[in-house]
Design a protein around this ligand. Structure first.
Ligand SMILES: NC(=O)C1=CN([C@@H]2O[C@H](COP(=O)(O)OP(=O)(O)OC[C@H]3O[C@@H](n4cnc5c(N)ncnc54)[C@H](O)[C@@H]3O)[C@@H](O)[C@H]2O)[C@@H](O)CC1
Ligand SMILES: Nc1ncnc2c1ncn2[C@@H]1O[C@H](COP(=O)(O)OP(=O)(O)O)[C@@H](O)[C@H]1O
Ligand SMILES: [K+]
Length: 467
């Protein structure tokens, strides 16, 4: 099963989820009712996948366990052979009500035997510490010896707000209740969650953070011309292949005109790419006086010597919207936030984890450190990886976790930098999530073992899928 994360769904921390739930209670929804809805949503999916097989439901001590008892009851009502393995005895509130509504077979967790289908209702958003060794070992044993596993809300052993590994086993399916949590889309949590299904259980969940969604990308206006479509200038450096990938990617990402500024005319196409000679930083600075430039891309294959640094400074000093990648990020280093905050035009940074940590410190998980870095630098930050976090300076964030794992090949980051340049030129800072979506979708279309060059060929196909 290929992993899927539902698109355009709000992502809430444990605290925000609790607040949303409280607001629901204040509005008159009873806790029992909400738990029944949660259990019904999970039971619906479990029934679909169980195909009549025997089910073991793990019920923890809190509300996740309360949901588990509802799932057990509903599956048994549909004729399945269900056993509950319970951790702890009497519960509180709605969870205790649901325990009492279950009158089927129940064993203590330590006595549980594996069954074909495993429903994990041990812990959800209340996970506050690492699983104890005995619980972790049992959970892993029961999951390993099941044929299909499904988690209620979150896999037990995933840090809700940071996706940290607190002892989680890998689930086939996770049903996210009410909203996604950062733990579904980040780090070990992304891997442990498997295929994520979103269940709307009627809790209004507003958030400034969402999972990535297909962007709306209108065709050029009837009266558009190459400059209105956006002129992207890509700065070449020590490794010209990287900047050529970025430039070709900008061309196919919808820019109207792409210039490559470097020392030597490339000896091969595409011919649509316009070469401008910029033998040194001074001649680059002169080129940058062109007011038609809508976005500048610098960093892929740039190099890190004094000359490269001078080129980067020329780009930073310009008032063009700017995408900084690769070596430019490394050269910025710890001075990044302060230096970038002074820029007047939009700035986009596309660091992988190593480049990010050379520029920004802090802890609290990938989502929160990226948001904090965007706020401090006034730049849009695309913190790359299987769990790419895009954060804007105003606090908004988008997480892209559907990219193909085949993207882990050299040069795909250069392609992304070029796409960011194109989307920045065409739609400004708000259009950056569209670049990450196009990149991820192009990778899916390219299939297995593609080279970065092949990815570019799929970008127009991905673009064609957008309205
Ligand atoms: N927030 C909401 O909107 C809704 C939440 N519901 C369910 O409620 C869950 C959250 O319930 P709770 O807040 O009761 O939390 P949990 O059920 O996730 O766990 C809480 C209990 O586990 C204990 N605990 C935490 N980590 C532990 C560890 N490592 N080892 C042993 N014990 C540990 C806590 O002390 C507490 O007793 C959600 O994940 C979801 O399944 C649903 O019932 C409906 C709606
Ligand atoms: N396992 C993975 N799953 C999904 N996307 C990945 C994975 N590994 C890398 N990527 C993506 O591939 C690209 C790699 O960029 P980068 O590390 O800068 O490589 P390069 O510099 O070689 O181009 C990024 O967009 C990143 O998010
Ligand atoms: K769970």
């Amino acid at each position: 099963m290929t992993q899927r994360i539902p698109s355009g769904v709000p992502i809430l921390t444990a605290e925000a989820m609790r607040a949303a739930e409280q607001a629901c209670f204040v509005a008159g929804v009873a806790q029992d009712e909400l738990m029944e809805r949660a259990g019904a949503a999970v039971a619906r999916e479990a029934l679909r996948f169980a195909k009549g097989r025997a089910v073991l439901v793990l019920a923890g001590p809190g509300n996740n366990g309360g949901d588990a008892y509802v799932v057990a009851r509903l599956l048994a009502e549909r004729g399945l052979d269900v056993t509950v393995a319970a951790l702890g005895g009497e519960r509180k509130g709605a969870a205790e009500t649901m325990r009492q509504r279950w009158d089927g077979p129940t064993v203590a967790l330590q006595d549980a035997e594996p069954r074909a289908v495993l429903v994990d209702g041990l812990f959800g958003t209340g996970m506050s510490r690492t699983l104890s060794d005995d619980v972790r070992e049992l959970l892993h044993y029961l999951v390993k010896h099941s044929e299909f596993s499904i988690a209620i809300d979150l896999p037990s052993g995933v840090g809700t707000d940071d996706g940290a590994d607190l002892g989680a086993a890998h689930m086939d399916v996770t049903v996210a209740l009410g909203a996604l949590k950062p733990g579904h889309v980040l780090g070990a949590g992304l891997i442990a969650s498997g295929h994520v299904i979103y269940a709307d259980i009627g809790i209004p969940c507003a958030s400034d953070c969402h999972s990535i969604a297909q962007p709306e990308q209108a065709a050029p206006a009837r009266d558009s011309h190459k400059y209105s479509r956006g002129l992207v200038l890509v700065v070449e450096g020590a490794m010209p292949g990287a900047s050529r990938l970025a430039a070709r990617s900008a061309l196919h990402g919808g820019a109207g005109y792409v210039m490559l500024a470097g020392a030597n005319q490339p000896d091969r196409g595409p011919d649509a790419l316009v070469f401008r000679k910029a033998a040194n930083a001074d001649s680059l600075a002169t080129l940058l006086e062109d007011e038609r430039i809508a976005a500048l891309v610098i960093g892929p294959g740039l190099g890190r010597d004094a000359e490269s640094r001078a080129r980067m400074e020329a780009a930073l000093d310009s008032e063009h919207p700017l995408v900084l990648d690769g070596d430019a990020l490394t050269m910025l280093g710890e001075a990044a936030a302060e230096r970038l905050y002074r820029r007047k035009a939009a700035t986009v940074l596309t660091p992988h984890a190593g480049e990010f940590s050379r520029m920004f410190s802090g802890d609290g998980g990938k989502l929160s450190v990226t948001r904090e870095a965007a706020r401090r630098s006034g730049a849009v930050i695309v913190h790359k990886g299987p769990d790419t976090v895009i954060a804007w300076p105003d606090g908004r964030a988008v997480v892209a976790a559907n990219g193909s794992r085949w993207l882990s090949t050299a040069g795909t980051g250069d392609v992304l930098a070029g796409l960011c340049g194109a989307r920045l030129a065409v739609g400004g800072m708000d259009a950056i999530a569209g670049a990450i979506w196009l990149h991820g979708r192009a990778a899916q279309l390219a299939g297995p073992a593609f080279a970065a060059d092949d990815l570019i060929a799929q970008v127009p196909v991905a673009l064609g899928e957008c309205r």
